[in-house]
Design a protein. Structure first.
Ligand SMILES: [Zn+2]
Length: 317
């Protein structure tokens, strides 16, 4: 009986001893393993001060007597650059961080497009120089032309170099055009269309109202748009102007024209830029390379207007 009691005490002592040893083993071994796993999981070691390092990893306690910097003194890495990078994806799964970065990059890399348009040309003095500039930059643009005399070679060059030609009416008479009957309006559209078709075998499918649609009667535009649609046209206004139609001194200052476009482009993903290439618009011709340079710096690429992109030009920014 007494012998059994002693054996039981001995067993109990052994169990307690084993438990103590086991706990010691866990405490020492696991903390080392944790440290090792954190340092290998983090693939992007970030230069940190001691305070931020200890608060993130938990491996280096703040030493007593060392004052913890105030929040304003600690430059913490951005959340996305630090905490998410420590999330290790299971085998075969994409890590959270790279997925987030992919989304961010997709958003950042969303194509920014500027559609350069020139109205009221072509002219020998300006359009040819503008074509040279566009060629130099490898950019395509859209020319809303009028039936001009003695510049057939300029129309041809526009088309041969891959730009688009749009219909900008035949008579370009602001006062008359919006007072025409529907039939007369259609005549004007078709005369302009045929002028290009017969001379250059090119069918225009883009239309820009002289002076744009802004401020026109809704009813009038509805009936005009029906006519244009029946002829296969897509109507384009603009959403930025370089301001060269300003008849004051400002409309002929190169720097003003450049700034008008570049300031208007802030926060935008898509632009339709109105400029003119009629004989008097020499300031725009001079401004064009600077406008293009500025837009390129803002990440814009350039394209032609077509019948398909009408709904994509709305700005998202
Ligand atoms: Zn015009």
């Amino acid at each position: 009986m007494r012998k059994n009691l002693c054996m039981n005490k001995l067993r109990a002592s052994m169990v307690i001893l084993l438990l103590i040893l086991w706990n010691l083993l866990i405490l020492s071994g696991c903390s080392k393993n944790n440290t090792a796993s954190i340092s290998t999981v983090n693939p992007f070691p970030v230069q940190e001060d001691s305070a931020s390092a200890s608060s993130h990893s938990g491996t280096k306690p703040v030493e007593s007597g060392v004052s913890t910097p105030k929040a304003s003194e600690v430059i913490l890495p951005e959340k996305a650059e630090y905490s998410e990078q420590q999330i290790k994806a299971p085998a075969g799964r994409e890590s959270v961080t790279s997925a987030v970065y992919k989304l961010k990059n997709t958003k950042l890399k969303k194509k920014k497009i500027a559609y350069l348009t020139f109205d009221d040309g072509p002219s020998r003095n300006n359009t040819l120089k503008n074509l040279d500039t566009l060629k130099k930059y490898g950019i395509k643009a859209t020319f809303f032309v009028l039936p001009q005399k003695d510049v057939d070679d300029v129309y041809r060059r526009i088309l041969e170099e891959g730009h688009a030609i749009g219909n900008h009416s035949y008579f370009h008479d602001y006062h008359q055009l919006y007072n025409l009957t529907d039939f007369e309006f259609m005549e004007d559209v078709l005369m302009a269309k045929n002028f290009i078709k017969e001379k250059f075998n090119y069918t225009t499918t883009l239309y820009r109202f002289p002076g744009g649609t802004m401020g026109r009667s809704k009813k009038l535009l509805e009936s005009r748009n029906k006519i244009l649609e029946s002829e296969g046209y897509t109507v384009y206004d603009w959403d930025i102007s370089d301001g060269d139609s300003d008849t004051s001194e400002m409309g002929s200052k190169v720097e003003v024209l450049v700034n008008n476009v570049l300031q208007g482009a802030w926060g935008r993903n898509s632009l339709i830029v109105l400029m003119h290439d009629s004989p008097a618009k020499t300031a725009t011709t001079e401004a064009l390379p600077k406008i293009i340079d500025g837009l390129v710096k803002r990440g814009f690429s350039f394209d032609l207007l077509t019948n398909k992109i009408k709904n994509d030009t709305d700005d998202e920014g």
